[in-house]
Write a protein that binds this ligand. Structure first.
Ligand SMILES: [Zn+2]
Length: 283
């Protein structure tokens, strides 16, 4: 499932072929993904110039010259493919239309952007750019973890008095936007904090430590994503999937990597999601 760094990587991959470029035609091959597409989506995209691509949480936002913004959510299995455009030394010819190619943007510069989503948990919507903060998917989101309003004082304040486990609190999109299961597991491992601890009972000093760790973990993954773009040789031009090295996530029963620790990584389930942690190093 794409998390914030993967979405950032997809956005970075799309930007050179879409920003400042005109959508010559949009093929919308079904009425919905997770939710219905907005009315007349193809017509509202056709002929529009994409002025700017942005990311908010796990959403890609494309500002159009019509005053509308296209929201793209990859969901569980959504994939973005670029074809008909040369990136570095790699040129990806247009693929044969495939099952689950739900939306195809034919850019005037001859690039083609294909949104393929086998499980259809993805989404696309259109909103007035000026009213984006009222959009139902965006309005309740907390600050961006890499932005300035997310800082030590803010996090200490938001976690104060909370009885939920720290892991659940960090996954709460109203507290911080875009943090997902994988990166929260990694952050808590690096912080040495037991994911089951009540958020409100962790000292302010340790909560403050979380902020730079969150930034580090995400920045490292975004950098890895950037490398995957520079090393852009996937045959089908698919964006955003790259190899991570995780210390805790998905490492159940593997030896803990902390020097001197002889325990193995444990897997438990919290709020229906897998948590991976070291019972020795995380207190
Ligand atoms: Zn350990």
């Amino acid at each position: 499932m794409p998390e914030l760094p993967e979405v950032e990587t997809v956005k970075a991959g799309l930007a050179p072929v879409t920003e400042g470029q005109i959508i010559a035609r949009a093929d919308v091959n079904r009425p919905d993904l997770r939710w219905p597409f907005p009315p007349d989506m193809a017509a509202r995209l056709q002929g529009r110039r994409i002025d700017r691509l942005r990311r908010r949480s796990k959403y890609i936002l494309a500002d159009l010259d019509s005053g509308e913004t296209l929201l793209i959510h990859l969901g569980m299995s959504g994939r973005m493919l670029i074809s008909g455009h040369t990136v570095g030394e790699f040129h990806h010819p247009h693929p044969t239309p495939a099952k689950h190619d739900h939306v195809v943007l034919h850019m005037a510069n001859s690039a083609r952007i294909t949104f393929n989503d086998a499980r259809r948990f993805g989404a696309m919507d259109l909103m007035a750019t000026a009213e984006q903060e009222d959009h139902w998917l965006l309005r309740d989101l907390g600050p961006e973890p890499l932005g300035n309003t997310f800082n030590e004082a803010y996090l200490i304040d938001r976690l104060q008095g909370r009885n939920t486990p720290i892991k659940t609190a960090l996954l709460d999109q109203r507290i911080v936007a875009g943090l997902g299961n994988i990166y929260v597991c990694e952050v808590l491992f690096r912080a040495g904090i037991d994911p089951r601890r009540k958020a409100g009972q962790i000292s302010a000093k340790r909560v403050a430590m979380l902020v730079p760790l969150i930034r580090d973990v995400l920045s490292e993954a975004i950098e890895a994503g950037g490398s995957s773009l520079r090393d852009y040789r996937q045959a089908d031009g698919e964006l955003g999937y790259f190899q991570h090295v995780f210390k805790a996530y998905d490492k159940a029963d593997a030896p803990c990597v902390t020097p001197g620790c002889e325990k193995t990584i444990q897997r438990i389930v919290q709020s229906g999601r897998s948590t991976f942690f070291c019972p020795q190093c995380q207190r």
